[in-house]
Ligand binder design. Structure first.
Ligand code: ZN
Length: 161
């Protein structure tokens, strides 16, 4: 396990479409382990492989809910999305900015575990937001592309939120 360097904007790798994973081998397991380490080290709630420069469809999510814990998902695909939420979002690849982003409030996400077994996650609220954010990364989309408002983090802090 190791902490990898997080790629920051405007690195072009963040704009690429990541490739589907077909080999569920030791390399993939190491990638998933390193991604979790890197996410926790950076105090993030999710990380997509392109954020460490790897163009594979792999994400990890942990929004700090004990019951859900760490979710590793390979080849994630949002198969259902309902409702709406508007809320603040940030990104480990965009250190100084937050934004208000409109997302579906509930999603169903289909993917595979590290061994290739298919599974489905149903998520609402903040977890649903995290999944949508990470799947966007696999398609080269950043929250700043779709935010209704983008603001400097220090600016928001001054506002006393
Ligand atoms: Zn991000």
């Amino acid at each position: 396990m190791a902490i990898r360097m997080i790629v920051k904007v405007p690195d072009p790798v963040l704009r690429e479409v990541a490739k589907e994973v077909t080999k569920f081998n030791a390399n993939l397991h190491k990638l998933l382990d390193d991604m979790a380490d890197t996410m926790y080290d950076a105090e993030g709630v999710g990380l997509a492989a392109p954020q460490i420069g790897i163009l594979k469809r792999v994400i990890v999510v942990d929004v700090g809910d004990e019951e859900t814990g760490l979710i590793e998902m390979v080849n994630p695909e949002i198969i259902e999305a309902d409702g709406e939420q508007l809320g603040p979002e940030g990104c480990l690849s965009i250190p100084n900015l937050n934004g208000d982003v409109r997302r579906a409030d509930r999603v169903k996400v289909k993917g595979q575990d590290r061994h290739g077994n298919p599974f489905v996650v149903e998520a609402t609220g903040f977890l649903a937001r995290a999944f949508q954010h990470e799947v966007d990364h696999l398609n080269g989309i950043l929250f700043t592309d779709i935010a209704e408002r983008v603001y400097d983090i220090s600016e928001r802090d001054k506002g006393g939120e």
